[in-house]
Write a protein that binds this ligand. Structure first.
Ligand SMILES: CC(=O)SCCNC(=O)CCNC(=O)[C@H](O)C(C)(C)COP(=O)(O)OP(=O)(O)OC[C@H]1O[C@@H](n2cnc3c(N)ncnc32)[C@H](O)[C@@H]1OP(=O)(O)O
Ligand SMILES: O=C([O-])CC(=O)C(=O)O
Length: 388
């Protein structure tokens, strides 16, 4: 039999790329991650410049439409966002069926399922898929609805009532308001807005790729987002921002870092918030988020947390040459803002839903079913034994 490298099941000649590492799976015009120049561009714009100058809503529009919005377009997006901010009764009822101890990522996954079922009720699966334009319209409504779910989750765990959305606040300030029920301070809103922009998009990461795989079967955008949330929950991906805070709490103080690391590395523990599949010399977004964290450390007068952060970073980088990723500064930043640790990854969802849905629309516009091959390594063909 002729060996054929494109048919690995036939002869084991294919190169297997474990974890698809280094594989270019498709083209995208949404973002460019360049580990060589340590840069990240959204539709051509450096992310740190967007974080310094734009409201998150404008970046959402940029990801969906390819250009920054005009004043009218931004006003239109903001009007839609405000219109769909309230916690819907069916979403609240579904969350209330879950145990209060449920992880908020599970609440969020459930909430998106409920919204999705409502959005496409009465449509066949084929019609539910929709076109990129309708997908972006649905994405706008979902983006607007998620902050109420995140806020309700944290408040429900704390035994507190829902706080109604406020029309006079932008996306970031309103999310903080609905979570804490207090007037958000501008310095906190600014740090939070930057975090949303930095988290919004990162090419073919695991959750975005998951969303594209689901989309490639012609499933609808809410199905793709449910799957993406599931992928993001894992601590090797979005769940790392929670794990960072657990690590910092476990260490406790800067002077305990060296001994803690001796033990953790001896036990081959992964140090959460460090390392990245693409960036091997540092994450392009960390300096911007670290600057936001520094502002919060000063604002809340928590130099102890700043010292602990710096000590773990310098000790781990010195020992392993592995650098922090975005989750490392985001975890303590969200902690200082007052979010429960379990709420951190849902905040990531509130941001990344923009990137995911931009990818869903891009996949729909030039679709091909995503279905790689595998190299079979199980038993050779054999006869089924006769029943005794
Ligand atoms: C928003 C995001 O999703 S960013 C990523 C968030 N995830 C984390 O912070 C979790 C911790 N980090 C990791 O687990 C990894 O760095 C990943 C999964 C992010 C990237 O992994 P990969 O590119 O597959 O690198 P891989 O896991 O093969 O690591 C290469 C080597 O560095 C080590 N390494 C990588 N990251 C870490 C870490 N955080 N702590 C300890 N060792 C690490 C690995 O153990 C491996 O060592 P080995 O060659 O001796 O076996
Ligand atoms: O790109 C990745 O592999 C992980 C990710 O989503 C990010 O860093 O924002």
């Amino acid at each position: 039999m002729t060996m054929n490298t494109s048919q690995p099941d036939d002869g084991g000649q294919a190169e297997v790329r474990k974890g698809l590492a280094g594989v270019v799976a498709d083209v995208t015009a949404i973002s460019k991650v360049d580990p060589e120049t340590n840069s990240l561009l959204y539709r051509g714009y450096p992310v740190q410049d967007l974080a310094a100058t734009q409201p998150f809503e404008a970046v959402a529009w940029l990801l969906w439409h390819g250009e920054l919005p005009t004043a009218d377009e931004l006003a239109g997006l903001r009007a839609t966002e405000r219109e769909h901010r309230a916690l819907a009764d069916d979403v609240r009822a579904a969350i209330d069926l879950l145990p209060v101890s449920a992880h908020p990522m599970d609440e969020l996954r459930t909430a998106v399922s409920v919204v999705g079922a409502r959005e496409v009720a009465g449509l066949s699966a084929l019609d539910a898929a929709a076109d990129p334009e309708e997908t972006v319209a649905r994405a706008g409504r979902l983006f607007a609805a998620l902050p109420a779910v995140v806020a309700y989750g944290q408040r429900r765990r704390r035994g507190l009532d829902v706080v109604e959305a406020r029309d006079d606040l932008d996306f970031s300030a309103n999310l903080l308001w609905m979570t804490f029920g207090t007037e958000p301070e501008p310095v906190v809103v600014d740090a939070f807005n930057r975090s949303m922009i930095l988290y919004a998009e990162h090419s073919f990461n695991a959750s975005t790729f998951t969303a594209r795989v689901v989309t490639s079967t012609l499933a609808d955008v809410h199905s793709a987002v449910v799957a993406a949330i599931a992928a993001l929950k894992g601590p090797l991906h979005g769940g790392a921002n929670e794990a960072v805070m657990e690590t910092l709490a476990e260490i406790g103080a800067a002077d305990r870092v060296a001994a803690w690391l001796d033990d953790a590395l001896a036990r081959k523990r992964k140090i959460m918030g460090f390392g990245h599949r693409v960036y091997k010399h540092g994450d392009s977004r960390v300096p911007t988020m670290k600057a936001a964290l520094d502002t919060l450390v000063e604002h809340y007068d928590r130099p102890d947390l700043g010292d602990l952060y710096a000590a773990l970073e310098s000790e781990f980088v010195a020992r392993k040459g592995i650098y922090p990723n975005l989750d490392y500064p985001s975890g303590p930043a969200y902690h200082l803002m007052g979010f429960d640790t379990a709420t951190f990854t849902p905040l990531f969802v509130a941001a990344r839903v923009t990137g995911w849905t931009a990818h869903v629309a891009e996949q729909q516009a030039a679709n091909s079913l995503i279905r790689p091959l595998s190299e079979y390594v199980g038993p050779a063909r054999r006869e089924v034994p006769r029943r005794l």
